[in-house]
Design a protein. Structure first.
Ligand code: CAO
Length: 416
């Protein structure tokens, strides 16, 4: 089956998570992604948080499937020549090194486009070019703090909190992938490459836009009616942390189910969507609330929202989270069990859809990884295991025109 990005060669000069997540997505869609790694060590995630001694860590394997790996010391003259040759023959180069690292290596954007005017150079940094923090190195949680996620996540009586979701890393990689696809389309039309830059701060903020919305509402009216602080608590002049309240304006909360005392995930998320009020009243055995003026409207409910949640928890106390959702789904009530990673790993629907897949790795054997969350009607995504360090070095060198003698010289010079 034809893949959308077949014939596109990508130099994957990335490490850790933000860059690799982007190039992995493009590899899933058929691009030939060549991961360039330092000889000996490779991407730091190969050895981070290892669960099997001497074997690439899951951190690496889950972000680098469907790629080829070449080792290359790009600080040696021979290594630089190989990189130049790769640049001449590739469509996209992705990097997420610290600020200025590629310039120091001799591969500025000017140099890259001199080598290949059709090249799309895609770059992740913590902060955007020209930002007053542009010189900072950035990891996930730093970006969540800089992008507005941490100040608005957690409970009002606790500190700013970061999310377990990789809003700074993988999310930035997804933004970069979108930028690369747009630049490829632009190149199809004009023949010209370009630089695509995405910052982690900007990508986090792009997902926190409802909080920027709330800041402006707060500035104007002094309160936010869908937050738990309303109407009994107080508001300052900044968007507060709202616990588990729904960001979109629908009151919702994480509610205890049967077994919560011993199971940390025996909860459901329950949303009190305006149009679902009548079915909610029926489902939880409170039909009288449907026509009671004290409960009929969202405004009327807001000052007793936690009493309502307590009533629903009382209804939930003899039901597991799965039993509860099975009842509530019949009433069209938006809700979900709070799923643990163990439950997700074994979820038959996620396996069937290819969202969670088991793949083979040469040294590790089988491992679980995420598959494409994007499904196509005309294209299938087949996830393969990640490459060993330098597994394809000679093969790639041959692809770009190196003879066996030249390849042997590169090995002797320790450039690959
Ligand atoms: N051959 C020779 N040298 C290589 C090489 C290769 N194949 N690949 C990388 N290097 C060198 C780089 O040239 C650079 O050297 P100099 O600092 O001497 O110029 C160095 O390795 C990499 O530096 P770095 O700053 O990227 O690495 P770090 O571990 O100090 O910082 C990180 C890591 C992630 C904080 C930083 O890369 C960064 O801020 N990246 C941008 C933001 C980002 O993507 N962060 C998300 C990471 S996922 O949490």
């Amino acid at each position: 089956m034809t893949k959308a990005l077949e014939g596109i060669r990508i130099i994957d000069f990335t490490h850790v998570q933000a860059g690799p997540a982007c190039t992995q997505l493009l590899a899933w869609f058929g691009a030939d992604v060549i991961k360039v790694e330092r000889p000996g060590a490779g991407d730091v995630t190969r050895s981070q948080l290892r669960d099997i001694p001497g074997v690439d860590a899951l951190y690496f394997t889950m972000l680098n499937s469907n790629k080829r790996s070449i080792t290359l010391d790009t600080k040696t003259p021979e290594g630089k020549q190989v990189l130049e040759q790769l640049i001449r023959g590739s469509d996209v180069m992705v990097e997420n090194f610290g600020p200025g690292a590629l310039d120091r290596m001799g591969f500025s954007w000017d140099r890259i486009r001199e080598l290949n005017p059709r090249m799309i150079w895609a770059s992740v940094k913590g902060f955007s070019d020209g930002h007053h923090y542009e010189d900072l190195k950035v990891y996930e949680n730093v970006a969540q703090c800089a992008g507005g996620a941490a100040s608005t996540t957690g409970f009002w009586d606790g500190p700013p909190t970061v999310s377990a979701a990789a809003l700074g890393d993988s999310n930035t990689g997804m933004h970069l992938a979108i930028g690369i696809l747009a630049a490829l389309r632009y190149r199809d039309k004009t023949g010209r490459g370009q630089k695509v830059a995405v910052s982690m701060q900007d990508s986090v903020l792009n997902l926190c836009r409802v909080k920027l919305r709330d800041q402006q509402r707060l500035d104007r009216v002094g309160y936010l009616e869908e937050y738990p602080q309303y109407p009994h608590g107080t508001f300052s002049d900044v968007v507060p942390r709202g616990g588990n309240a729904g960001g979109g304006g629908q009151p919702g909360w994480v509610l205890k189910c049967k077994g919560w005392e011993t199971d940390p995930n025996a909860y459901i998320y329950f949303t009190i969507q305006g149009h679902a009020w009548a079915p909610i009243c029926k489902a939880i055995g409170k039909p009288e609330w449907e026509t009671d003026p004290a409960y009929m409207t969202a405004e009327a409910r807001q000052d007793k929202i936690f009493d309502i949640f307590a009533t629903i928890e009382d209804w939930l106390k003899d039901k597991t989270k799965f039993e509860a959702v099975d009842i509530l789904r019949k009433f069209d009530i938006p809700c979900s069990p709070v799923l643990s990673m163990k439950e997700i790993a074994n979820d038959p629907s996620l396996r069937k859809s290819g969202t969670v897949v088991e793949v083979e790795h040469k040294a590790r054997g089988k491992y679980l990884t995420v598959g494409s969350p994007i499904k196509f009607s005309e294209m299938s995504v087949e996830v393969t295991g990640s490459p060993l360090l330098g597994e394809h070095t000679d093969e790639i060198l041959k692809d770009i025109g190196y003879t066996p003698e030249k390849i042997a010289e590169l090995h002797a010079a320790k450039a690959v």
